[in-house]
Design a protein around this ligand. Structure first.
Ligand SMILES: NC(=O)C1=CN([C@@H]2O[C@H](COP(=O)(O)OP(=O)(O)OC[C@H]3O[C@@H](n4cnc5c(N)ncnc54)[C@H](OP(=O)(O)O)[C@@H]3O)[C@@H](O)[C@H]2O)C=CC1
Ligand SMILES: O=C1O[C@H](COP(=O)(O)O)[C@@H](O)[C@H](O)[C@H]1O
Length: 488
């Protein structure tokens, strides 16, 4: 059951992902009940699904058989009567498709509805099934630690922790899942993956888009809650965690939680030393003039909401003591790109050409999107001539090899949920620790007015983000063209 089936997420991501699973033969016996407030017939709903699949996948196939599995039930979240109708429909469909009582409730709705829906599902008998019941929850999971605890309490009255699948769609991305494999399946990386050999790690997730139609939500969220609390910290955890004893959900989660426990807590005056916030002004992107954030729909003209965050995260444990993890994310930036750059320490001296200068450091770059792959930057001898060292790249492009098969993050996550694999969903402990970390930063930022706007749309963020690294002797590796020769 998809609650919020007439919404943007269902249309853009969920229906196309379900179709891809169907096409790949991953759905055998299945039915989908779309739930939302507006009245729709099954036929109208099925047409919406067809339109969404066609527009997302450009597929011209006949989708009649696929959409015949889709049903619609109009429901108002607070109206108990409509849950009774929903239960009746679900029970009939269960018999018709022989679904063995297995149910997934996907809440693609505004977060204030999560708690009430979960309570109704229990009190109105929808969770009384003879198979499994699972609850998939979209972000944001709360607004801060307190509200997240309250929400957790509500959903836990109807579902056990192992039945709750908190989506972080970055954990569905192919190359985010690959972090673990790159680290733990290669003898050349794991021995170097620590503070003796790594000087710093940079994670950038930049977007070209502004807030679009989501001004109301974004005003109460900002980049810190929208991206840092979840996606950015999850990537930090995957990069920093110890090798798990085995690849079970519990083992991986417990290693990630140990990273969250070791995060250096930044509070009070330290916040502006470790973190930088920004808000975009007007600018030009792709030759088009775009408005400043404060002129976006449903945004306060004096808004104090950050659309950009850069930060230095320290993990105070034996492996990572002294190694900064720099993160940055923002809207209306120069390029859409998510990249991780692992910068190794310089070798003790340069024996080759211009020996007074340092050689380029070795870098391992994990390209998460739009391109997918890894690049290792090494120094090697220039062909011919003297022993001059030059930068060489060893690249693997995932898209080149698997372009036709790389599934969307949502597709993988829905499939994981069907199989009962919660590894790539966030456990409550991870959510709680990351809110605790982020709350201390927002507490300071909410009290003081930012000097906004402080970066131009189409740039890479405010100057202060560059200074954050400069004061440690580093710089941000560019996201679009990494071939910077620092010897020059
Ligand atoms: N859109 C995106 O790209 C992303 C969204 N998310 C999260 O997914 C969730 C959904 O987002 P999105 O699809 O964009 O939201 P939309 O506003 O587009 O859709 C909201 C859905 O909720 C339904 N709804 C609203 N009020 C009620 C009510 N009282 N009773 C029953 N149904 C109701 C609407 O149905 P109707 O209009 O018929 O009432 C609609 O189907 C949010 O938690 C969001 O943060 C997360 C990541 C990305
Ligand atoms: O969760 C969110 O993520 C998107 C960015 O996701 P991506 O897969 O396109 O990198 C962001 O635009 C949105 O504000 C946020 O809610």
């Amino acid at each position: 059951m998809i609650f919020g089936a007439t919404g943007d997420l269902a249309k853009r991501k969920l229906f196309p992902s379900i179709f891809r699973l169907y096409e790949r033969g991953k759905l055998d016996k299945f039915a989908v009940i779309g739930v939302a407030r507006r009245p729709l017939s099954n036929e109208e709903f099925q047409q919406n699904v067809v339109d969404s699949v066609k527009s997302a996948l450009g597929d011209d196939k006949n989708l009649d058989e696929f959409v015949s599995h889709f049903y619609y039930q109009s429901l108002d979240v607070d109206d108990s009567g409509s849950y009774t109708d929903l239960k009746k429909l679900a029970d009939q469909i269960d018999d018709h498709y022989d679904l063995e009582g297995n149910r997934i409730f996907y809440l693609a709705m505004a977060p204030q509805f999560f708690g009430p829906i979960a309570l109704h599902l229990k009190s109105d008998g929808l969770t009384d099934v003879k198979g499994y019941k699972r609850l998939v929850i979209e972000k944001p999971f709360g607004h801060d630690l307190e509200s997240a605890k309250e929400l957790n309490k509500q959903i836990r009255t109807a579902f056990a922790e192992e039945e709750i699948y908190r989506i972080d769609h970055y954990l569905g991305k192919e190359m985010v899942r690959n972090i673990e494999v790159i680290r733990f399946a290669n003898a050349i990386f794991e021995p170097l993956w620590n503070n003796r050999y790594i000087s710093n790690i940079q994670i950038t997730s930049s977007e070209v888009l502004g807030v679009e139609e989501r001004g109301r939500y974004y005003e109460s969220s900002g980049a810190l809650r929208d991206m840092v609390q979840n996606h950015m910290l999850q990537m930090v955890a995957l990069l920093a965690m110890e090798p798990p004893i085995s690849l079970t959900t519990d083992e991986i989660r417990s290693e990630k939680v140990r990273v969250f426990r070791a995060l250096r807590q930044i509070e009070g005056d330290e916040v502006n030393e470790y973190f930088v916030r920004g808000q975009y002004g007007e600018g030009t992107i792709d030759d088009k003039q775009v408005p400043k954030y404060r002129d976006e729909p449903m945004v306060d003209k004096e808004s104090n909401t950050e659309t950009f965050v850069a930060g230095k995260i320290m993990i105070d444990n034996f492996r990572w003591a002294g190694v900064p993890f720099y993160i940055r994310t923002g809207k209306r930036m120069k390029a859409k790109s998510t990249k991780i750059v692992v910068q190794f320490k310089d070798i003790p001296m340069n024996l080759y050409y211009q020996t007074e200068k340092m050689l380029n450091p070795n870098l391992l770059v994990i390209h998460i999107q739009p391109e997918e792959g890894i690049t290792l930057y090494l120094n090697a001898k220039k062909a011919g001539g003297k022993l001059d060292a030059q930068n060489v790249k060893l690249s693997f492009a995932n898209t080149g090899v698997h372009a036709m098969n790389t599934p969307e993050g949502y597709e993988k996550l829905i499939y994981d949920c069907m199989r009962g694999d919660a590894t790539n969903f966030t456990h409550w402990d991870e959510v709680a620790y990351s809110w605790a970390f982020v709350d201390k930063i927002s507490a300071v930022w909410e009290k003081t007015k930012g000097d906004f706007p402080n970066y131009q749309a189409g740039s890479m963020g405010p100057d202060a983000a560059d200074k954050l690294l400069e004061k440690d002797g580093f710089f941000w590796w560019p996201v679009t063209d990494l071939d910077v020769d620092i010897c020059k």
